[in-house]
Design a protein around this ligand. Structure first.
Ligand SMILES: Nc1ncnc2c1ncn2[C@@H]1O[C@H](COP(=O)(O)OP(=O)(O)OP(=O)(O)O)[C@@H](O)[C@H]1O
Ligand SMILES: [Mg+2]
Length: 298
């Protein structure tokens, strides 16, 4: 069981708290959305946050050249990106999706040859595929490249939402189910604060907020999530029930080997109990069912 704290900060103000501390290590994290929602801003913010903490980043751009990226960063007030390039902590490669003959092999090769030493973060903005590929080929190629990326570290992959809004289209949905985490950015245009919203659609192995969170894009800062106190409270573990959890853990002590793993699982539940509901009934049920099995084995 994975118990260590293996979280990687997203760098997006207000997001880590909604995601149990951030991305998980060695995962693929997809940021999806239509044009102009802030996907590149997200990608660059994650990059900058990592760089400023002494990490290295490989930024693969299928759209903008290094020069364009630098200009956007300057506009945003993130001028230090330039120093990070000079110090070779950030490596930007600009490629065209249509130039890749065998996407997974070509990309893997490109990553291998250009990744800075000791770099555990890769950003791809946006991930595109040659249009002549079949779905089967794309799936195979993505699956291969994602596996490679997981070995390297924690990646952020930008996915563009098709302009026709056809979200169920196989080829565009595929990278989503191959990703460990999917964050959806949307520009609803309702007006004021709720214009831009963020949803965590999936976050494997993690508890996460399931509301629609408003965000703004601020000069100098980038994406700032504006979750309400109520929304934040909903994802905060509640410690008012600690006595109930401790009682249940105490009861596992007479359950031998099963009790040992069960107590660890109860602790995990305790850490993730975000509801106002008293857990006593749930704990009673679990203990009753688990002791049934235990009785039979001995
Ligand atoms: N310096 C800035 N200050 C405030 N808002 C900004 C700034 N720069 C960009 N934005 C906002 O962010 C939006 C675009 O952000 P970004 O380029 O990250 O979007 P995207 O989803 O990557 O779009 P694309 O489809 O072009 O790739 C702009 O429409 C603008 O509203
Ligand atoms: Mg972009």
């Amino acid at each position: 069981m994975l118990m260590k704290n293996d979280r990687v900060s997203t760098g997006i103000y207000g997001l880590d708290d909604l995601m149990g501390g951030g991305f998980r290590e060695n995962t693929i994290n997809a940021i999806r959305g239509g044009t102009g929602v802030g996907k590149t801003t997200f990608a660059l913010q994650y990059t900058l946050y990592s760089l400023n903490r002494g990490e290295k980043v490989l930024f693969i751009s299928f759209e903008m050249s290094e020069k364009q990226i630098l200009r956007d960063c300057m506009d945003m007030g993130w001028g230090e990106i330039k120093d990070h390039i000079e110090k070779e902590n950030l490596k930007i490669i600009h490629i065209f999706g249509e130039d890749l003959t065998f996407p997974s092999l070509d990309l893997a090769e490109m990553i291998r040859t250009s990744i800075p030493y000791n770099c555990h973060k890769i950003v791809i903005d946006p991930l595109t595929h040659p249009t002549f590929y079949t779905e089967k080929e794309i799936r195979k190629s993505l699956s291969t490249i994602f596996q490679e990326l997981r070995k390297i570290g924690t990646s952020v992959i930008v996915l563009e939402e098709p302009a026709n809004g056809n979200q169920t289209h196989e080829a565009s949905a595929m990278p989503l189910y191959l990703s460990d985490t999917v964050i959806y950015l949307q520009n609803l245009g309702f007006g004021e604060l709720y214009d831009r919203t963020l949803r965590i659609m999936k976050h494997r192995g993690s508890k996460h907020g399931d509301s629609i969170y408003p965000y703004t894009i601020e000069m100098g800062m980038g994406i700032v999530i504006r979750a309400s106190d109520k929304q934040i409270d909903r994802v905060k573990p509640k410690n008012i029930f600690d006595d109930m959890f401790n009682d249940a853990i105490e009861k596992t002590r007479s359950m031998g080997v099963i009790g040992k793993s069960l107590s660890a699982r109860i602790e995990l539940l305790q850490k993730n109990w975000t509801r106002d509901e008293d857990p006593t009934e749930v704990l009673k049920l679990v203990l009753r069912e688990e002791s049934k099995g235990y009785g039979k084995r001995t």
